[in-house]
Design a protein around this ligand. Structure first.
Ligand code: SF4
Ligand code: SF4
Length: 353
């Protein structure tokens, strides 16, 4: 039976994290000695670790030290939202660790075409890195809310393998259909096939994540070989009264079966606040949603006086629904697909949903 292991851990203490990881790998019978490995953290944007937007560097340092001690050849990589990988690694506090441990950087700037007969209607995906170059992939997401998909955990984290602005193409293809986007994310996850997922939930984010939510000391790390079970278990710990789109699709195709939960300490998640978008996107009866969807799905709106007119939202909008206007921006709601990439990437928190 699949296992999901959760540990209560109050702060980023490298020795404590290493002790948990070593015990967890042993309990999962996970072998990794002398392998060429890729660590894929969440490197969404160039924010310092205390902002809880990116996977904490001490999570990655703890993991990398264990891997080095076991003679692994370690790479780290991701494709951030719109900045360069190097800029995000620098700002997110990784560079010293990378230099100190002699980790190699993969900038996810290749164009690798992978074909897959999955559950979405799409069969071809352009990746920034070839997962088959590595013997093992360690998927290391951050526990955060996500205004479009509810949460961003393990399955969503592998969307970062998609090459640069091809990500926008997938948003555009899925449009407002959260179920279709979930099926695309599942297909991508199944191409990457991470060998293990390690969720950084020591400090996470609730509310209007994944960039501008409330920073929360949640005090957990969770690991599993089955990312779908891990993600589902976090939803259960949060006590969501509904299934989020990825879990809903994964359950339909039996990717989530029975699993055993192993707890170290007393890991709990209390008073977790989901994004406001979830009240309409997941929490309403299907019949009402189908009829009123376009009216109910929340729109992005500008916070006047905060917007600095930097143009990042114009650059990242998959639907070309944002344009410059009077030193700020305005939205074309007829074109807008409610993906909230603009809110996610705005460096000034100038967009509300
Ligand atoms: S809304 Fe944000 S990203 Fe868009 S122009 Fe204003 S400050 Fe820049
Ligand atoms: S305006 Fe914002 S929410 Fe609408 S499509 Fe563009 S990025 Fe997505």
């Amino acid at each position: 039976m699949e296992k999901v292991i959760i540990c209560e851990i109050d702060k980023y203490d490298k020795e404590k994290i290493k002790a948990f990881l070593a015990k967890g790998f042993n309990d999962l019978n996970f072998k990794f000695q002398r392998k060429k490995v890729l660590i894929k953290p969440n490197l969404l944007s160039a924010k310092p670790p205390e902002k809880a937007v990116t996977t904490h560097p001490l999570m990655v340092a703890s993991l990398a030290e264990i891997l080095m001690d076991n003679s692994c050849n370690v790479y780290i990589g991701d494709s951030p939202g719109y900045e360069s990988t190097d800029k995000v690694l620098q700002k997110a506090g990784y560079m010293e660790i990378i230099r100190h441990l002699n980790i190699k950087i993969s900038r996810f700037d290749e164009k690798i075409v992978k074909r897959n007969e999955g559950i979405s209607p799409y069969k071809e995906f352009v990746l920034g890195e070839d997962p088959d170059r590595f013997e093992l992939i360690f998927n290391v997401p951050k526990l955060k809310t996500h205004t479009m998909m509810g949460l961003t955990l393990g399955v969503k984290n592998t969307f970062g393998f998609i090459h640069a602005f091809h990500k926008a193409k997938w948003h555009l293809r899925a449009g407002k259909d959260r179920g279709l986007f979930a099926r695309v994310l599942i297909d991508i996850h199944n191409i990457i096939k991470p060998h293990i997922t390690i969720l950084d939930g020591i400090i996470g984010m609730d509310g209007e994540g994944p960039s501008h939510g409330r920073i929360r000391n949640l005090g957990i790390i969770c690991i599993s070989k089955n990312t779908y079970a891990l993600d589902y278990h976090i939803e259960r710990m949060i006590k969501l009264p509904y299934l989020l789109p990825i879990t809903k699709e994964a359950k339909k195709i039996s990717f989530i079966g029975e699993y055993e939960v192993i707890e170290y300490g007393n890991p709990v998640i209390k008073d977790f606040v989901m994004p406001k978008t979830m009240n309409t996107d997941c929490n309403l009866p299907e019949g009402i949603k189908t009829v009123l969807k376009n009216l109910l799905i929340k729109k992005p709106k500008i916070k006047r006086g905060i917007c600095k007119g930097c143009g990042v939202c114009i650059k990242v909008c998959p639907a070309s629904a944002v344009e410059a206007f009077n030193g700020s921006v305005k939205f074309d709601y007829k074109k807008c697909i409610r993906c909230y990439c603009c809110q996610e990437m705005c460096p000034n928190d100038a967009i509300k949903i």
